[in-house]
Design a protein around this ligand. Structure first.
Ligand code: PRT
Ligand code: ZN
Length: 283
């Protein structure tokens, strides 16, 4: 049995649960529950505050967990980051009132900085040789300069609109973050095996998301030219159509690449192009 801790309610909750379910792990997720069991995979799910997840994983309360890299590094527990999950992307930034001219990190020397990330902020400034006064506050960090509580802040930024609406501007990026899967540094072999199976499924789901299955029709004399354009995994499948001299061509292609080559495909004579999602991809 592998215990995974995910955020109970917040920015990571839904996507963490979606990821588990996309791996075909069925969860009885009654609202308000603190714990639930998967019905078709040896997994138990704990619903916790994101800040507690690294600590619970390090203490063996949970075996693995999903949290923002920002929280994982801030807590500094002895866990392994086993996979980047690609959602809840954001960055940890230093920001100052927008009317102040900023001429480099020296600005922060001797200044008061409000943050919920004292360890990351201090670590970053120390590495740069800057000594500042760091004040830990747990929420609404953005309002600290406006009410005279601090000269600057260090906080999570995503779109940047919270900073703007509080009259602040971003001046330094301390780190980029996204949701990550962490694991206890020392799992028993049986749990490690279940983790491997889970990682295998996540990989298959993530690969499938960035690839599409493409089907198109083309005159037989254009097939070679079209195959050259398609950056497929292996050689595409070519099936003759009922209409004399035409074939249907099937391949798997990276979605980003698809938009680059669509015009070339059409120019080369491709018709009836279909692009369909792939649910799982195992290479
Ligand atoms: O209750 P619990 O403790 O579990 O949740 P929480 O309120 O502490 O965390 P939550 O749900 O807000 O965030 C969870 C994780 O999501 C964070 O640790 C980050 O890894 C990630 N994440 C992604 C964000 C954001 N984007 C984000 N925009 N976390 C916070 N914000 C906040 C930020 O603090 C600021 O107040 O949103 C505001 C900035 O957003 P923009 O879009 O205006 O720049
Ligand atoms: Zn939190």
């Amino acid at each position: 049995m592998l215990r995974i801790a995910i955020q109970k309610s917040g920015r990571l909750s839904q996507e963490s649960l979606d990821l588990i379910m996309e791996c075909n792990i069925k969860v009885n997720n009654g609202k308000g529950k603190l714990k639930s069991n998967a019905v078709n995979f040896p997994m138990e799910i704990l619903y916790l505050r994101d800040d507690d997840i690294p600590g619970y994983v390090a203490d063996h309360v949970a075996d693995i967990g999903i949290a923002g890299l920002n929280v994982v590094l801030e807590k500094g527990k002895n866990n392994r980051v086993v996979m980047q999950l690609g959602f809840s992307k954001c960055r940890l930034c230093l920001a100052i009132p927008k009317e102040i001219d900023y001429d480099g990190l020296e600005f922060f020397s001797g200044k008061n900085i409000a943050t919920s990330y004292p360890n990351l902020t201090e670590g970053y400034l120390k590495e740069k040789g800057i000594k500042a006064d760091i004040h830990e506050i747990s929420g609404s960090v953005e309002i600290a300069p406006g009410i005279g509580l601090a000269d600057a802040i260090c906080d999570i930024v995503s779109s940047g609109s919270t900073l703007i609406s509080n009259g602040l501007k971003e001046v330094e990026t301390i780190m980029s973050s996204e949701a990550v899967l962490i694991a206890n540094a020392d799992l028993p072999a049986e749990k490690e095996m279940i983790l491997e199976q889970f990682l295998f499924r996540i990989n298959a789901v993530q690969k499938a998301k960035s690839f599409k299955y493409i089907l198109l029709n083309a005159p037989n004399d254009k097939i070679d030219q079209i195959i050259d354009i398609l950056p497929g995994m292996k050689s595409p499948t070519v099936v003759p159509l009922a209409m004399e001299g035409w074939s249907s061509l099937h391949s798997v292609i990276n979605e980003e690449k698809f938009w680059e080559i669509i015009d070339h495909l059409k120019q080369a004579g491709a018709q009836g192009i279909l692009v369909v999602p792939i649910e799982k991809m195992i290479l």
